[in-house]
Design a binder for this molecule. Structure first.
Ligand code: SF4
Ligand code: SF4
Length: 299
């Protein structure tokens, strides 16, 4: 049987996640669980159902069709996920598309068909494919098979990673097939990292340093700027010092986007972090000061 894996989304003609025109594939599932995760629908490796109350016309059709009696109008999140069996009947019946599955299973062949449709754009723009998520390396065997096919077609590959992978598997199954790695570094303090991301950071920083030492693959460290968590003066100053000690010249920033706050409720999650403002100019000035020795794009 051909192996399939869960994909949250496929975005074409992307211009921000690597050079040129790219296709972005968002895998479902991540070994971390950051409280600020901007893609909470990609955290769980399992299929989920998504309910958008803004689109719901309260017609009651979903209620009638649900054999599990999992839909309740007086329940905050509308669907009781502890008894929903993901049969999809309510999704098929909803006239407003207020219900949908998060995640669709694809084989390598199905993904290659989609990716290859835009090969001419990759070739003409210096673009290619970017694997994102969630964490694509959570599906390392599947990704290995996909990468082998991409190599045959000479398609440029960028991987965006949280860095929490098994090093030996990564070196054997991934590294020979990748052109560029966007490596996210969040918090230098292991206790704070464990507190906010649910895993300690030792393995992540070890993996990062191993990659930098290899010196034959392009690695761009990226720092998510999360208000009062990663963007504190202490963390940014320490990260700048650490990156400088590794002779790193080029970095990236991932500014906080408060629009994610509308997502958790749709998959019945109570947000553990609730900051509703964009990055301030004062914070930008501070960051520019700490990272004045580095090359990075405006953010
Ligand atoms: S997916 Fe099926 S079980 Fe779940 S809420 Fe909809 S109809 Fe009910
Ligand atoms: S079927 Fe759709 S529009 Fe009707 S009540 Fe259910 S979610 Fe709302």
């Amino acid at each position: 049987m051909t192996e399939k894996t869960l994909i949250v989304d496929i975005k074409k003609n992307a211009l921000d996640d690597g050079p040129g025109i790219r296709t972005l594939i968002f895998f479902k599932g991540c070994p971390l669980s950051c409280v600020w995760c901007q893609n909470p629908e990609a955290k769980s490796p399992f299929m989920e159902i998504y309910f958008d109350k803004e689109l719901c016309g309260e017609c009651g059709k979903c209620l009638e069709v649900c054999d599990q009696i999992a839909i309740k109008f007086d329940y905050k999140y509308r669907i009781d996920r502890s008894i929903c069996n993901l049969c999809g009947s309510c999704i098929d019946l909803c006239p407003n598309q207020a219900l949908k599955f998060v995640g669709k299973k694809y084989t390598t062949e199905e993904l290659m068909t989609i990716i290859l449709k835009d090969k001419v754009f990759y070739d003409n723009s210096g673009g290619g494919l970017t694997l994102s998520g969630g964490e694509s390396l959570y599906h390392i065997d599947f990704v290995h098979n996909l990468l082998k096919e991409l190599k045959k077609e000479e398609i440029h590959v960028c991987i965006e990673t949280c860095g929490f992978y098994n090093k030996n598997q990564f070196d054997d199954l991934i590294l020979p097939y990748v052109d560029l790695i966007y490596f996210d570094l969040k918090l230098l303090d292991p206790n704070l990292h464990a507190h906010y991301c649910k895993v300690s950071n030792e393995r992540i920083f070890e993996n990062f340093e191993m990659l930098i030492k290899k010196n034959y693959i392009e690695v761009l460290p990226r720092i998510p700027l999360i208000p009062d968590i990663t963007d504190t003066s202490e963390n940014l100053r320490k990260l700048a010092r650490y990156l400088k000690s590794l002779q790193i010249k080029k970095i990236g920033f991932l500014p906080y986007n408060p629009l994610w706050l509308s997502k958790p409720e749709k998959i019945s999650i109570k947000p553990l972090y609730n900051h509703s403002e964009w990055i301030s100019n004062k914070k930008k000035e501070q960051i520019n000061l700490f990272f004045s020795d580095f090359d990075y794009h405006d953010f």
